[in-house]
Design a protein around this ligand. Structure first.
Ligand SMILES: [Cu+2]
Length: 181
């Protein structure tokens, strides 16, 4: 899968060496993922967003991916219109995930476009985020144990702004709503 491709050389080598040393047999992709996960355990990366927004004024929203459930632990949060927001997404799962906030009523449009990206050779480069105006804000794809801080200014128009993971196939159950008041 995609997660295997993005592992850096050293860890991949360690895993392969471990196979040889222990003569472990990998019978399916989940064995491989579990083995890789062991090596990911001590790895944690924090990537900062590029926007320069005064952090003292930002409303911080912390969202985690639920392990093995393909869901966010927060499915609804509120912000004020035009407020500075820092959304901190943590991925303790063994799969890759992102978080994409859409315009009101556009969740299905963006989700269906995301599913089509499964066949797009540039999808990983685009972080599986469909390039369309219905997307307002998006984190990159997070590998296991990565955290990303997404800073943005909340929309000025009150309403319900859906958010989804746009990794192909995830959005139908991996979603929530940002309420702008
Ligand atoms: Cu996902």
């Amino acid at each position: 899968g995609e997660s295997l491709v993005r592992i850096n050389g050293a860890y991949k080598y360690k895993v392969e060496k471990s196979f040889l040393d222990q003569e472990e047999k990998v019978t399916n992709v989940f064995d491989m993922v579990n083995l890789l996960y062991k090596y990911y355990d001590n790895q944690s990366n924090k990537i900062e967003a590029q926007e320069n927004i005064d952090q003292n004024d930002a409303k911080v929203i912390e969202i985690k991916v639920l392990k093995n459930e393909m869901k966010f632990n927060v499915t609804r949060f509120e912000v004020n219109a035009s407020e500075q927001v820092e959304l901190v997404l943590q991925n303790p799962d063994y799969m890759q995930h992102n978080l994409v906030i859409t315009k009101p009523g556009k969740k299905d449009n963006v989700g269906k476009a995301a599913d089509k990206m499964a066949a797009d050779p540039n999808a990983a480069t685009l972080n599986y985020v469909p390039q369309m105006g219905d997307v307002l804000f998006a984190t990159p794809i997070l590998n296991p144990d990565e955290t990303y801080s997404l800073k943005f200014t909340a929309p000025s128009k009150p309403g319900e702004y859906p958010y989804i993971c746009t990794f192909p196939g995830h959005w139908r159950i991996m979603q929530g709503v940002m309420i702008v008041k």
